[in-house]
Design a protein around this ligand. Structure first.
Ligand SMILES: CC(C)(COP(=O)(O)OP(=O)(O)OC[C@H]1O[C@@H](n2cnc3c(N)ncnc32)[C@H](O)[C@@H]1OP(=O)(O)O)[C@@H](O)C(=O)NCCC(=O)NCCS
Length: 348
């Protein structure tokens, strides 16, 4: 008779136990960037909502930001690094294809070598992809505690003369710890991707340009580019669909959402969605973009930690969160906010 396999662990549900974040220590104002792109403080504020963006100096690397956010998230969650089973890092600004950043950060945090650690490259949707994976792993018994980090130093891939995206981006990292729960704290993840628009947010150069360069030929440092208006149109058409589906699949209604934590890409997109999603007039809206800028995979956890840290949102409230961007990838879920939040961090 064939033996029956045993499940990895008894099935449980998952919730977010705590969240923390760190922003680059410099606040770069619009006036500092406007001349190089023939723009103005007024244009940038009106079209994006951004007044300043957080930037980190040259010597601060993306893994330093990830480590700081991860350490604080573990500390406020009351989870020992030795009890973490998986570390997921969402990033597009790690400097090498391999090894990934997650194993490096896991080791720096004192996470056990028996924990899995890997990067997610899903652009600005990467953190929400990671939350969906962490929730599924905990519910299936594959893991008990998962650390999810979104970390970017996008200024490393910025071109001061680029009018499409470089003036928008900021540097920072946010992290959340997920653990087992008797009741559901993370709603079903609705996610997807559309690679037919992969060129809409991309890099000026790839490794192929370096490999194929003639001897002595100089290839410029790769920087990010986007087709702003087409990404804008895509975002405003798909976001209401997948975000509404995430609310519905969580078994709640738009009126039940207390806190709205969209990807911090453009204030016009954020504000237009409140009405389009049918959210309450008194819903708390994350507008971290105004002084942090767009930190890609770090934007949702950073916006979350700020709302909690400043007391504008609190543990137990329902939040709709989502990310969208390069890929083009997107992901959304409704979560119950944790009570535990890190203190405001500065890089040493
Ligand atoms: C990038 C973005 C702010 C540009 O704003 P926009 O309103 O779409 O601007 P457009 O590209 O249509 O250009 C409008 C005008 O401003 C000018 N312009 C474009 N970029 C400019 C800049 N950085 N500064 C000043 N003027 C600019 C254009 O030349 C154009 O001038 P014209 O009307 O005389 O032809 C906007 O498209 C955006 O936020 N897109 C979505 C980004 C996003 O969600 N990304 C996914 C996640 S990262």
């Amino acid at each position: 008779m064939t033996a029956n396999l045993r499940a990895a662990r008894p099935i449980t549900m998952s919730r977010m136990l705590g969240v923390a974040g760190i922003r680059g220590p410099e606040r770069v104002g619009n006036d500092e960037l406007a001349a190089a792109i023939d723009s103005s403080d007024e244009w940038i504020r009106r079209r994006t909502g951004i007044q300043t963006r957080a930037r980190a100096p040259r010597e601060v690397l993306v893994q330093h930001l990830a480590e700081a956010a991860g350490r604080e998230a573990l500390s406020v969650s009351g989870v020992d690094p030795a009890d973490i089973d998986v570390v997921i890092v969402s990033t597009v600004s790690w400097m090498q294809p391999t090894p990934g950043m997650a194993p490096v950060v896991a080791a720096a945090l004192g996470v056990s070598p028996s924990a899995a650690a890997y990067d997610v490259n899903a652009g600005c949707a990467g953190y929400c992809y990671g939350i969906g994976q962490a929730d599924a792993m905990i519910r299936s018994g594959l893991a008990r505690h998962v650390l999810v980090i979104g970390a970017e130093k996008l200024s490393d891939y910025g071109d001061p003369t680029d009018r499409t995206i470089s003036f928008i981006v900021g540097d920072g990292a946010g992290a959340a710890v997920l653990g087992p729960s008797d009741s559901p704290g993370i709603g079903p993840t609705v996610w997807g991707s559309d690679g037919t628009h992969a060129d809409a947010i991309t890099m000026t150069h790839t490794w192929l340009d370096y490999r194929n360069a003639a001897p002595g030929e100089h290839v410029e440092w790769p920087t990010a580019r986007q087709e702003g208006p087409s990404v804008f149109r895509w975002a405003t058409s798909v976001v209401p669909q997948f975000a509404s589906e995430a609310i519905e699949r969580a078994g709640v209604t738009p009126a039940d959402i207390d806190v709205f934590i969209p990807h911090q890409a453009n204030l016009r997109i954020i504000d237009s969605l409140v009405g389009r999603l049918g959210l309450r007039e008194d819903v708390v809206v994350a507008r971290d973009i105004v002084d942090t800028g767009n930190t890609s995979g770090a934007s949702v956890p950073l916006a979350t930690e700020r709302l909690l840290r400043e007391g504008r949102a609190h543990g137990g409230q329902l939040a709709l969160q989502f990310g969208f961007g390069a890929g083009l990838c997107y992901a959304a879920q409704v979560i119950e906010l944790p009570a535990a939040v890190g203190k405001e961090l500065t890089i040493e």
